[in-house]
Design a binder for this molecule. Structure first.
Ligand code: 5GP
Ligand code: MG
Length: 178
């Protein structure tokens, strides 16, 4: 098995780019079907979702808009569960159909707080879309409508996701090797 090293950790490919894009295509088609006529506003959460958001949005076949927000809740390889404020939301989302685009849902705490925050701004509806979901780690009630891939609990990098800032430019998704 060929591995790569980022800082102190070794990683091996766990999901090849081809498989990722196939699943991105699948959920883009589903969203395009479900939200037809709604002129949805995609809100991609930076930094981790930028690669996914670009691939997903280009496969959306209905009129739609996209904007980006930033929050920080993660350090090293364990989730702190602490969310900072939602930064960069300049759009008025009142009455809008909003699709939140995340890279990964782990405990779900980050997404739950973000949805709660967005909910105070009177959107018509909020739909959660995540590239990855770790179902065994989910500890809050969350209706994740669109998931490209479900994965085990291990720490992953690549396709926009980082380990301490590095690894975002990897085309495939890599899992840490113990
Ligand atoms: P949650 O609040 O759901 O526990 O954590 C969500 C955030 O933690 C994600 O947006 C992501 O930034 C980070 N995260 C969770 N698991 C992983 C992982 O395996 N790899 C990386 N790179 N980030 C992760
Ligand atoms: Mg994230």
């Amino acid at each position: 098995m060929s591995t790569i090293k980022i800082k102190d950790k070794e990683f091996a490919v766990s999901i090849p780019e081809e498989k990722i894009l196939k699943e991105v295509e699948r959920i883009a088609a589903q969203i395009s079907k479900d939200l037809e006529g709604k002129n949805p506003l995609f809100l991609a959460v930076l930094n981790g979702s930028f690669v996914f958001a670009a691939d997903l949005f280009r496969r959306i076949t209905i009129p739609a808009e996209i904007s980006f927000v930033k929050l920080a809740s993660y350090e090293g390889t364990s989730s702190t569960g602490v969310i900072k404020e939602v930064m960069g939301l300049s759009e008025n989302i009142a009455g809008r159909t909003v699709v939140v685009v995340e890279d990964i849902i782990d405990t779900g705490c980050t997404m739950a707080k973000l949805v709660e925050n967005l909910g105070t701004r009177a959107p018509e509806s909020i739909h959660i879309c995540s590239l990855l979901l770790k179902p065994e780690k989910l500890k809050v009630k969350l209706d994740v409508e669109y998931v490209a891939l479900e994965i085990p609990n291990d720490f992953i990098v690549g396709y926009g996701l980082d380990y301490d800032g590095f690894g975002r430019n990897l085309k495939d998704i890599y899992t840490v090797v113990e």
